[in-house]
Design a protein around this ligand. Structure first.
Ligand code: HEM
Length: 365
């Protein structure tokens, strides 16, 4: 049909002949979203995507002023906060949006887990999702160090030290991450490269695959709804679902603006590698449950160092999460699989409780 009236009609035809707009229009019109009582969870992937776009936009603006060296990083962020017009706001939005994005991503992950959206043929959608989770955590870990302040410096020191406990590869991985034996300017440059080039390249590929697969397979209908005869209604993606998406994004933007304006990101003191580590170093909240688990483990378990057992445990848990579509055979056959629902709930409870303890238990490290 195209857009009505000249000159839009002419522009539409011109573009259509060159890039095939009519095909895109047909595709957009065809996409339908099932309507049922769990439909709210369909908005979480789009919310994660929106916050990711905010990250890219605010990150590019930060790049105009940021300098990735131990001598200048802290000062460049200080300048941005104090001198550049709205610099503090852009930095605060980047920091808050990162937290909101990871939160939305966790909710998205657990909602698709509990609604068993990983059933065939969506296994690869799930695998690409797990890869996106790893990438998002990588963004958080590398970005934290970039302001080169005291807290970030020591949190990175502890975080990379934990990698060293991995059997066989540990020492190599620490040196690879740090660019040497210690956290230095070389680590900062490396984290910067990973944060602004390596991870964005990976995310472009994998997010592209994820969204393509969502488009290809359409939205899944949860087993509970299917057993009751499936979703009886659906709504067009354009414009009905998309407009609802946009309402959610505007609400997120309002929350983001309020958080950034009233609780702006802090900078603290510049990192000093020779100063003693401050008491109670804490990682970002999304690493807290792992950090706290490692703290609770005894120093030796079955003749192995406690930390090594913990890291192996998290490695296996990550592998388990990845392989869920293959392990949950009952769901794959369309039967009810309560065990995996309970496993999902147990993981959520574990993460929430350990995170809570991480913030309330007295600092021992
Ligand atoms: C940057 C991170 C991510 C983005 C931007 C993203 C984006 C999206 C979008 C827009 C959708 C369609 C709407 C929806 O179902 O909510 C979707 C669906 C899906 N995502 Fe993600 N996602 C991300 C991470 C993940 C993770 C961590 C997982 C799980 C490990 C995952 C698994 C899935 C699955 C299985 C679907 C299909 C849902 C269905 O058909 O009902 N995604 N994702």
């Amino acid at each position: 049909m195209g857009l009505p009236g000249a000159p839009y009609g002419k522009l539409w035809t011109w573009l259509d002949e060159r890039i095939g707009l009519a095909e895109l229009e047909k595709l957009a019109k065809k996409k339908q979203v099932p309507v049922h009582r769990h439909g709210l969870w369909y908005y979480l992937g789009g919310m994660t995507l929106f916050l990711f776009v905010v990250q890219v936009a605010s990150g590019i603006l930060l790049l105009f002023y940021y300098r990735p060296s131990a001598e200048e990083a802290y000062e460049s962020v200080q300048f941005l906060m104090a001198e550049v017009e709205f610099g503090w706001l852009i930095r605060s939005i980047h920091a808050w949006s990162a937290n909101l994005m990871i939160f939305a991503l966790f909710v998205h992950l657990f909602s698709v887990l509990l609604l068993k959206a990983y059933r065939p043929p969506r296994e690869v959608t799930w695998f690409s999702g797990v890869a996106l989770l790893a990438i998002a955590l990588g963004f958080g870990f590398t970005g934290y160090l970039l302001p080169w302040n005291e807290l970030a410096y020591f949190a990175t020191k502890v975080g990379t030290e934990i990698t060293g406990a991995i059997p066989v590869l540990g020492r190599f991985l620490v040196r690879l991450l740090r660019g040497g034996d210690e956290v230095t300017g070389a680590t900062l440059t490396r984290f910067y490269g990973i944060h602004v080039a390596v991870l964005p390249a990976l995310v472009t590929l994998i997010l592209g695959l994820h969204l393509y697969l969502v488009q290809k397979h359409g939205m899944s209908v949860p087993p509970g709804v299917e057993q009751r005869g499936g979703a009886t209604r659906s709504m067009p993606f354009v414009p009905n679902f998309l407009l609802r998406d946009i309402v959610g994004w505007l609400c997120a933007l309002a929350i983001l603006a309020a958080l950034a304006a009233f609780l702006p990101a802090e900078l603290g003191r510049k990192a000093d590698p020779f100063a003693p580590a401050p008491i109670g170093i804490k990682p970002e909240w999304y690493f807290m449950f792992m950090f706290q688990t490692l703290k609770y483990l005894p120093s030796h378990i079955l003749g192995l160092e406690g930390e090594i057992v913990g890291i192996l445990g998290f490695g296996l848990a990550g592998l388990f999460l990845l392989l869920i579509p293959f392990l949950d055979r009952r769901a794959a056959r369309g039967e009810s699989s309560r065990m995996f629902t309970w496993i999902g709930i147990a993981i959520i409870v574990y993460i929430v409780v350990l995170t809570y303890l991480g913030y309330t238990a007295s600092p021992t490290r």
